[in-house]
Ligand binder design. Sequence first.
Ligand code: SF4
Length: 688
Amino acid sequence: SAMREERIKKTKTVCTYCGVGCSFDVWTKGRKILKVQPQPESPANGISTCVKGKFGWDYVNSPERITKPLVRKGGRFIEVEWDEALKTVSDKLKDIKKQHGSDAIGVISSSKATNEESYLMQKLARQVIGTNNVDNCSRYCQSPATVGLFRTVGYGGDAGSFSDIASAGLVITIGSNTAESHPVLASKIKRAQKLHGQRLIVADLRKHEMAERADLFIHPKAGSDLVWLQAVTKYIIDQGWADEGFIKKRVNGFDDYVKSLDKFTLDYAEKVTGLSEDILKKIAEEIHRAHSVVICWAMGVTQQKGGSDTSTAISNLLLATGNYGRAGAGAYPLRGHNNVQGCSDFGSMPNKLPGYQDVSDDAARKRFEKAWDCVIPAEAGLNNHEMVEAIHDGHLKALFLQGEDMGIVDSNINHVQSAYEKLDFFVVQDIFLTKTAQFADVVFPASPSLEKEGTFTNTERRFQRLYQVLEPLGDSKPDWQIIQLLAQYLGADWSYQHPSEIMAEAANLTPMFSGVRYDRLEGYNSLQWPVEKDGKDYPLLYEESFPFDDGKARFFIVDWTEPTGTSGEYDLHVNNGRLLEHFHEGNLTYKSEGIKRKTPHAFIEVSPELAKKRGIKDGSTVRLVSPYGACKGRVVVTDRVHGNELYIPMNDNGETAINQLTSSEVDKDTDTPAYKDTAVRMEVLEVE
Ligand code: SF4
């Protein structure tokens, strides 16, 4: 078999990094990855990939992989066999459940893991443990976008496909560093600009690459997007440019909505956002002139105290101008992780069963209870944010965390890490001994995407299959197998032989996925939900109706929530986001030698004005202090940032880790941390 292992082979997989969902063939010899080769039939990306998809795979063979279960004994991790680790965890969880009840246990799923694994995690929580305390990392990013869409159009996903973004007359991006965060999508927009004169408006604090390429780059004050969106919509309606035919036929609540816009005059918006009336009118005119409008948004919108409301305002604007249900139009929240869409879709949410069926919906809950022979609580469980607070106040005793370096990526990490120390029992399942895993009592070694089968769902709601490229390293196992083993040790009778059986069960219980079958996803075939029993899928949503009882969308009234902003000694605003080369805290990408050499650590962007005022330059070292913590880093002076605004790539888990600074403030509707609303003071440590 050594001979066979050394044969060169080619296997189709799906990128493990961002929500674009590039698929490609991976050529391997033994465990050596020879090359990544995208195919013309790759539905999301064709023959393109970015640097991460192409070169970001060294981590799979990293000597830092954990390959044996670890159990903490006398303050140290000891490698043990699976049986001992599983017995330790199941005994302890049973004990905690007996003493404190099911709701003393929380479960967090990974948006890097597959749909099938998200399904099993929430099934473990609901059926085996008996709690709705299950959530995933969209709580840190996209939950507000999903809420904004639920309120107005009914589905928590992108309105169409990348082809719709490419064929739009006008694309507006808000709070999205598209060229670095969703590189292959950004290339499609760049091509559309060149090929058919697509117009581009970019709203951001930072003059990044797409801002440079925009026909109009606007720089509203931090946290004020809702105000310019509402003012532009009001101006459009006042000019008689609203799509009255569409509204009359397809949307409820227009009159009350129009009234709610009264205060959002151009004059008011100019005061709040700093954008001139001329600019606001120009935006309205661009929207009016375009044959179709797509709005893409990301964390700059959602990670604010009013993130859900701003997402709602975006959707309202599209409804008012008839930009739903046709090619080249609609709302496109750009999902971050490869499977952050699917992780929520498959029920790792405290208030939703798979397919966004409410746990409070008796009929839906009963269907699952019957299939699983259990009782599911009718009340929502705790979300990630509430779990941290519940640990602090003593209600949550145990946490089972899958593939999420939450102690680095959650906001206010000093507060989060001190919660871990209070847990009675903490189990982490990951491929590396992350910062978070170091707090655990037991660590289960998982296998990354290349070592397993399953499906991911990209930002276009597109299901794609990944095939196993490599054998699991050492004693590591695919997450679905570990979750199943744990369920069995806890007394459940699960017996899935392959992820396709998990999907079959999920599809059977979830109308939205009823036609999702592995044989329909062979090779490069894909399906975009909702998928009907006969396999009909929906690349474009809302062509005929919106998924509400009367088939109509709804205007949803929202108001502005003022950001906390800067004040007193905390006089500088810190923004954060991605770098092209790295992903999030960098647990994967820092293990690629080439990428690491090129971009060895995060830095702090400072505007030329501020640098001059503080007497610092490129390469100076500064310390940033917020009321919640401090971080240290090297200065890069650049006009990408402006005035008293700083920018730190979020890709650092050491001394420049941004979440040492962020607060525990959250979006009021979803508890998503207001990462983008952070104020600090700056101390100069070394000019150079
Ligand atoms: Fe494609 Fe995103 Fe992966 Fe880059 S990181 S290859 S854009 S899926």
